[in-house]
Ligand binder design. Sequence first.
Ligand code: AMP
Length: 548
Amino acid sequence: MNALMGRMMQMPLLISALITHAARHHAETEIVSRLEDGRTHRYTYRDAELRSRQLAQALGRLGTEPGDRIATLAWNGHRHFEIYFGASGSGRVCHTINPRLFPEQITWIVNHAQDRVLCFDLSFLPLIEKIAPQLASVRHFVALCERAQMPGQTTLANLQCYEDLVGAEDGHYAWPSFDENTASGICYTSGTTGNPKGAVYSHRSTLLHALAASLPDTLNLSAQDTILPVVPMYHVNAWGIPYSAALVGCKLVLPGPHLDGQSLYELFEAEGVTMAAGVPTVWLAVLGHIQDKKLKFSTLQRLVFGGSAAPPSMMKTFQRDYGVDVIHCWGMTEMSPLGTFARLKNGQSALGEESQRRILQKQGRAIFGVDMAILGDDGQPLPWDGEQSGNLIVRGPWVIAQYFGHDDSPLIDVGGQRWFPTGDVATIDVYGGMQITDRSKDVIKSGGEWISSIELENIAMAHPAVHEAAVIGCKHPKWDERPLLVVVKKPGTEVTREALLDFFNGQIAKWQIPDDVAFVDEIPHTATGKIQKLTLRKQFADYRLPTA
Ligand code: AMP
C-alpha cells in the first residue's frame, strides 16, 4: 500500500519535556516537601528544573553514562523528584527501590539492576552501611541532604553529599534528544516465586501514561489542583503522579516519611491540598484522626484509592460525612500502573444513590490505552456479564512486554494478540465495569505491600516440627490482608504457635511475619499435588486473626 504519510513534526516523547514545560508555563507553581527532620522545603517548578539539569551534569561528572542505573532509596521529597527528571531526562535510568523490603532482597535488586549510583535519604544510612559490601556495581553513594547533615562517621568509603554535587554545577545543560523508547525507569515487584522482577518503563510509555492519568475520568488533574501523593515514589513512580503533576502544572506536596493520619491531615490543611492518592490503609489512618478529633477538610475534594480494594464503608463515610469524592482505581507495577478507574458514565449520574455506589465500588472501567479481557479456565474469553469471573488480561502501550534481564516473555496469545496476564481474577459487567474477585497469583497484599506466601511457606517448612505449611491472606480491617500460616505438624512432634512465629524472626522483614498459626490435620491438594489455595481461603474465610 502506498500510504499518504502525515506531515507533522517528529518529536520523541521524552520525560525532560514534562519538566521543561512545567518550568516555562508554571514557573512559580510550588513543590512543597516535608523533610525527614520535619522542616518544610518550598520551591518552584523553575527551581526544580534548574536543579534537575544540575543533577544531570553532576551525574556526568560522576562518570555515569546514558543507560546507567541511578538508584534511589528515598521518601517522597523534592530531591527524589529531581532524580526522576535529572536521571531519566539525561538518558540515565531512575531505579526506585522499596526500602521496606528485606535487606537481602534490596541487595539482590541493586546487583541485578547493576546500579551505578545509589542515592538515599539519611534514615536509610544504617541499612546501606550494612549491605554496601555486597553492592558490587555501585560506584557512588549519595546522601540526599545538605553538607551540615552529612554523617560524621560512616563505613561508606565514597559517600557524597547531594547538595554539594548539585551545587557544584552551573546548570548550563541542554536536555538531550533520543529515541522515545529508551528506558527511563525501573521498578521491581515482588514475584510469587523466587526473586523480584523489574518492570522497565520507557520515556514513551511514561509520557503516554502521564497524559492518560491526567484526564477528567482518571486522576482529573488541573493546574489549579494541589496534589499530595501518599503513594511512595518507590512504588511504581507514585502512580506516575510526579510526571502528571509536571504535565498539568499543579502544585505538588510531598510528605516525606510523615505518613500518619495527623501529619497528613495537617499537611492537607496547611498546603490547601485538593487531591491525594494512596492505599486504603493510609486513608483509614486519616479517617481515624479526623473522626477522633472531630475535624473537617477545608480544601480536600477527592481521594484516590488504589493498590488494594477500597472498603465500601470507608468510601461512603468520606463521601457522606466529609464531602470528599472517593475515586477507586486498579493497576499494577507492570502497567505503569494505571489500568481502570471507577467513574460514572454518561447517563449514570441519573441513577439512584445505591446504583451509583455499586458502580463506584468496583475497580472500574479501562482507561484509553488499556484494553482488558477475562479468560475462563479453558483460556477462552468470557462474556462481560458481571457474573462470570476469569483471569484478567491486559494490553497497551504502558503495559510490560518483558521483565528486565529475562529473555522469556510473560505474555500470552489470545485471539491473535499478545496480552499480559495480571494474576487477578475479575468479572466485567455490560458497562465495562471490572471488579476483582480473587487473585490467581500466590501473594498477600498487606497495607499495599506484597508478602510472598511461598517465601513464608519455605521458611515454615524448614522448621523441624512442620510436615506441611500453607500461607493464605486473611481479611484484616486495617491492612486489608494479613498472612495466616496453616500448618500440619509432623507426627509425634510438638510446637507452639509462638515458637513457630518466632522462627521467622531474622529470616524475613518483621511486617511480613504471619499474624497467626492455624494447626490442621490436613491441607487440601489438587490432583497434581498442588495446595488448593482457593479451597483453603474459603475454609478460612471467616477466620478472625488475633490482630484484627
Ligand atoms: P503492585 O504491582 O504492587 O502495584 O500491585 C498490583 C496488584 O495489586 C494488582 O494486580 C492487584 O492484585 C492489587 N490491586 C491493585 N489495585 C487494586 C484494587 N483497587 N483492588 C484490588 N486489588 C488491587
